[in-house]
Design a protein around this ligand. Structure first.
Ligand SMILES: [Zn+2]
Length: 499
């Protein structure tokens, strides 16, 4: 496919294998093309019919999964994590997997499953995660985070979009393909339970199980689309550096009247240090932060500018009157091609009810940077830590530690996998998807590529408004069902194009 002189449009319309198109166009012309096209149309109808008949059950099953509080960050949910892993395993077996297993790690277990129809066929490895972010603050939820409800055509629950609702589409797609006897690929699943805490044990699992995970492409649904009317495919995810800073002043909390004004207040110092991380144009001031950033070409920026964007709607959705960001870049650029630095949490001193006049001994902050291709998470983390240590004034001490990080990842749009995904989205949505850079991070991507030697394709069906990691996370029913419809198309195109 890398020769690339077959028009992409042609491939997706005809839904036919590329090598055949070349032969058939020169040899037999329209006749066989029509045959392939009708063959695929039959499958498409069979898949749609199957989904239509079973759609309520598909949803009920997802709601069951969403009711398990699989919060990986909380030790109190350790048993729930296992319950959830077992439920995922069972769902794979019910969907038609030949085998599925819950594989323990020193942290939360990984679920592996596979359906191998023919070793000669291409193999697709689906990666997803069954763990979720903590649900706090609970009081901001309109319904229980683990009591999934349907309101206005949306599934409200923690994990509905990130990522249970999304990986479960692949489980149901497997069921559709198996039940209609129309598998054209082997499908493997690696559904982990530690994505939201940085996948600390997945790397070891991947390097120890290269044969088990051997595949021709890794398919991930853990990202969003621009909109249902403007389907898009993420071609990159940002990397992540994450640190926690602790500022210590006096050796104990002090009376703010007796000592205030004479002793450095760690909260004031920390606030000054944090404020110094951006300049007046909201550029990041940490020395060397932008050193390895590869500037996007004007062509790439022009392409991004064509993606539909309604700034008023964007602001309205967020309840803000103005946007904030690096000068000289659009919103899409700020969240896609530019690295950023954000405060994720800050605390210190007295935060309980009423007042307490204290000059605290300590202040803390959690700080993370999103990185773009060619930046290194390890290097940036070291720069962040060095920066905070270097600017600390006399009178306080700084302790800065690293939390999880991950490298940025880009997928080439001339790969068979990308083209198959684009063709599948076009089949389902009737429109060519726009390639976009996602703002989030999936730290395991670069590791997958280096360990398994295959490319990743992101076929996300969420929306930016899904409130991932926030109260009232939701996933639209229509996206859930549309995703299930799209995935079998991907397998078929990928098999055809791989021949
Ligand atoms: Zn996720």
């Amino acid at each position: 496919m890398s020769e690339g002189h077959i028009d992409h449009e042609q491939v997706s319309v005809i839904s036919c294998r590329v090598s055949s198109i070349r032969h058939l166009i020169t040899d037999n012309g329209q006749l066989e093309l029509a045959y392939f096209a009708s063959l695929n149309l039959n499958y498409m109808q069979a898949w749609k019919d199957y989904q239509e008949k079973n759609k309520q059950r598909f949803l009920d099953e997802l709601l069951g999964l969403l009711s398990i509080p699989s919060v990986s960050a909380r030790t109190e949910n350790k048993a729930d994590m296992l319950t959830c892993a077992e439920a995922v395993k069972e769902s794979l077996l019910k969907a038609g997997a030949d085998k599925a297993e819950v594989i323990p790690t020193v942290g939360h277990p990984i679920v592996y499953g596979e359906k191998i129809v023919d070793p000669k066929l291409p193999t697709v490895l689906v990666y997803g995660h069954y763990d979720v972010q903590p649900a706090d603050p609970l009081e901001l939820w309109h319904s229980g985070p683990f009591e999934p409800v349907i309101r206005d055509g949306k599934i409200y629950a923690r994990g509905s979009a990130d990522d249970k609702g999304q990986f479960y589409m692949h489980v149901k797609a497997l069921e559709i393909l198996v039940s209609t006897n129309s598998m054209t690929t082997n499908i493997k699943f690696c559904i982990e339970g530690e994505e939201e805490v940085g996948s600390p044990n997945l790397a070891k699992f991947v390097s120890a199980n290269k044969e088990k995970l051997r595949s021709d492409v890794i398919l991930i649904s853990d990202t969003a689309m621009l909109g249902m009317d403007t389907p898009s495919i993420d071609i990159g995810v940002r990397g992540l550096s994450y640190i926690e800073v602790e500022v210590t002043g006096a050796n104990r909390d002090l009376h703010s009247g007796v000592y205030g004004g004479a002793v450095a207040n760690p909260i004031t110092i920390l606030a000054q240090m944090i404020a110094s991380c951006h300049d007046a144009n909201n550029h990041i001031t940490i020395p060397g932060f932008y050193d390895d950033v590869v500037e996007s070409t004007p062509e790439e920026r022009n392409k991004m500018a064509q993606a539909p964007y309604d700034e008023d709607a964007y602001k309205k959705d967020l309840g803000v009157s103005a946007l904030w960001g690096e000068k000289g870049y659009s919103t899409h650029e700020r969240t896609g091609i530019r690295p950023t630095l954000e405060l994720n949490g800050i605390w210190g001193g007295y935060t309980g009810e009423g007042s307490k006049t204290v000059l605290p001994s300590k202040a803390f902050a959690k700080i993370s940077a999103r990185l773009v291709p060619n930046q290194s998470s390890t290097k940036i983390t070291a720069k962040l830590i060095a920066y905070f240590k270097s600017i600390a004034p006399a009178g306080v001490t700084i302790n800065a530690v690293e939390h999880h990080g991950g490298e940025p990842y880009m997928t080439p749009i001339d790969s068979i996998a990308y083209k198959a995904a684009a063709a599948a989205v076009k089949d389902a949505f009737g429109k060519e998807p726009i390639p976009v850079r996602g703002g989030g991070s999936i730290p395991i991507c670069s590791l997958f590529e280096s360990e398994l030697g295959v490319k990743i394709v992101f076929m996300g069906f969420g929306l930016d408004s899904d409130a991932l990691h926030s109260p009232n996370e939701k996933y639209d029913l229509v996206n859930f069902y549309k995703g299930i419809e799209t995935i079998p198309y991907f397998h078929r195109h990928f098999a055809e194009m791989s021949k």
